[in-house]
Write a protein of this length. Structure first.
Length: 234
């Protein structure tokens, strides 16, 4: 098993991580083929799982959501989210290249406008009033919203506030502080994304093994963007 997991990290996950913050800010439909390829790889990692449809028995390929949770591995949308959050954290620490830092503006406001309240693993840590760490820019062209400058600040404002609330509820020091320690932030983000990724549908309309938008914060942001665009066009 350990050898298979190392192969997964070396030949699959490493390619998905490469510049994910640059190419990953796209709708779910654009990532479908790549996500399917990742799921084929994760099925090969898990013993007893089926990767193909069996015509004779009618057995469908194994669901991958429980496999990701069992092996503590991030699915493609959350790999992208982790990469984006890491990039924004480096900007916050002012250790990114200057041309990258100029894409973002630190916010002085204390309330968020994204209107997203993703479920938290700890119900006591619900974010009643979300702090804005970055200004959330708006663009005239909808295609301009499919880029890091739009998705990044909204994602960071959403997830960083939730992670801070969770650590505070657990009696730990908040991680969103200006220091040079990147690893604690990365570990907290990974833990939070894994928890979000494994959650079932809030109303049980679909099975717990089915992927839903609530499993990916990026999907939530893009769905909120689409709903705002539809209201504007009416």
């Amino acid at each position: 098993y350990r050898a298979l997991k190392n192969l997964y990290h070396s030949f699959i996950e490493s390619h998905l991580l490469y510049c994910a913050s640059a190419w990953g800010c796209v709708p779910e439909s654009r990532l479908k083929a790549l996500f399917s390829a990742q799921k084929k790889g994760i099925r090969a990692l898990h013993r007893g799982s089926s990767s193909f449809y069996d015509k004779e028995s009618g057995t469908a390929p194994s669901h991958t959501k429980p496999i990701f949770s069992e092996h503590c591995l991030l699915a493609l949308p959350n790999i992208i989210a982790k990469s984006i959050l890491g990039a924004l954290y480096r900007v916050k620490l002012n250790i990114s290249p200057s041309n990258i830092c100029l894409l973002f503006s630190h916010s002085k406001n204390t309330s968020s406008s994204n209107g997203l309240d993703a479920p938290s693993c700890n119900t006591r840590s619900a974010v009643a009033r979300q702090v804005n760490y970055y200004d959330e820019p708006t663009f005239k062209l909808s295609r301009s919203e499919l880029q890091l400058a739009y998705v990044g600040p909204r994602l960071y404002n959403l997830i960083a506030a939730q992670v801070n609330a969770e650590t505070k509820a657990n009696g730990q020091e908040q991680l969103d502080i200006r220091n040079s320690y990147f690893d604690p932030f990365k570990k907290a983000i990974t833990k939070h994304l894994l928890c979000t990724q494994g959650q079932p549908h809030p109303t049980n309309d679909v099975g717990p093994e089915e992927w839903i938008p609530q499993n990916s914060p990026i999907d939530q942001i893009l769905l909120a963007r689409n709903s705002r665009s539809q209201k504007t066009s009416l």
